[in-house]
Design a protein around this ligand. Structure first.
Ligand code: SF4
Length: 257
């Protein structure tokens, strides 16, 4: 009986994920026979149109939790509205945020005035080990000082209001807060504010809190680990170069080809 209750809960969860747009899920565990899985898949087919009916079974928000999604009237998924007083940052931080955005727009936008020049330069540098080393060293030093960069090579700074998901989030989440934070504190390090909460405050301070709710940021591309994210961006090798990217972006669309 207990096993079937657990399997039913998993089936309902899988139906919700499918309804939300997930393309696949890992069904794991011991002692699962294929005929049981087949029954679950058959039943999923029967109930998938009613996936919203099962959302309340999984809606158990923690008090004062912070989520990427506000309460969605369509799906019923939970969230917490932040009070205006929680959305303020110092004028110095606001200015710094503005500088980061401007620099990013100038050097890391496919629409920037000199973007085709940057692209040609990066294509040349990639083929010259010494040139590559120079640019990589310059990138590492500056980004380590400013963002505690971990050299992942697939930079997501701009999606997180210029906080590094690799060094500032213990779970390295790139697509929104994990749901474990409480009172705006990190679940893993409660002595620190959740980095997504800090990002929310930056976007809210310029009147764009919606930036945190838009689109989808793909997982990190591990093949780029340790390489230059600057060069990867301009040569469309990182996630931003994908034409199917649906993340909120200020860097324009990648050039064709
Ligand atoms: S996201 Fe990656 S490249 Fe960007 S600052 Fe963090 S570790 Fe460095």
């Amino acid at each position: 009986m207990g096993m079937w209750r657990r399997l039913n809960a998993r089936r309902n969860w899988l139906v919700i994920l499918k309804g939300l747009g997930y393309k696949g899920a890992h069904f794991g565990g011991i002692n699962h026979r294929f005929d049981i899985l087949a029954q679950i898949l058959d039943r999923m087919d029967e109930i998938e149109d009613r996936w919203r009916d099962f959302v309340p079974e999984f809606d158990f928000p923690q008090k004062n939790g912070f989520y990427r999604y506000s309460r969605d009237t369509e799906t019923g998924l939970c969230g917490t509205e932040l009070s205006p007083s929680m959305s303020t940052i110092s004028s110095g931080e606001k200015m710094l945020f503005g500088v980061y955005r401007e620099v990013h727009r100038t050097f890391f936008s496919y629409d920037a005035l000199f973007s085709s020049l940057y692209r040609k330069l990066c294509a040349k540098l990639e083929k010259r080990p010494f040139g590559y080393l120079v640019i990589k060293t310059l990138e590492d030093i500056s980004k380590k000082i400013l963002f505690s960069c971990r050299e992942c090579g697939d930079c997501s700074l701009q999606h997180l209001a210029f906080f590094c998901p690799e060094s500032q989030c213990p779970k390295h989440t790139r697509n929104g807060p994990c749901g474990g934070s409480s009172e705006s504190r990190c679940e893993v390090n409660p002595d620190r504010p959740c980095v997504w909460f800090r990002a929310y405050r930056r976007w809210a301070a310029i009147g764009r809190p919606d930036k945190l709710y838009q689109g989808f940021i793909p997982p990190r591309n591990w093949e780029l680990d340790g390489t230059s994210s600057w060069i990867n961006f301009h040569l469309c090798k990182d996630h931003q170069g994908s034409p199917s990217l649906t993340a909120p972006t200020d860097h324009g669309r990648p050039p064709p080809g």
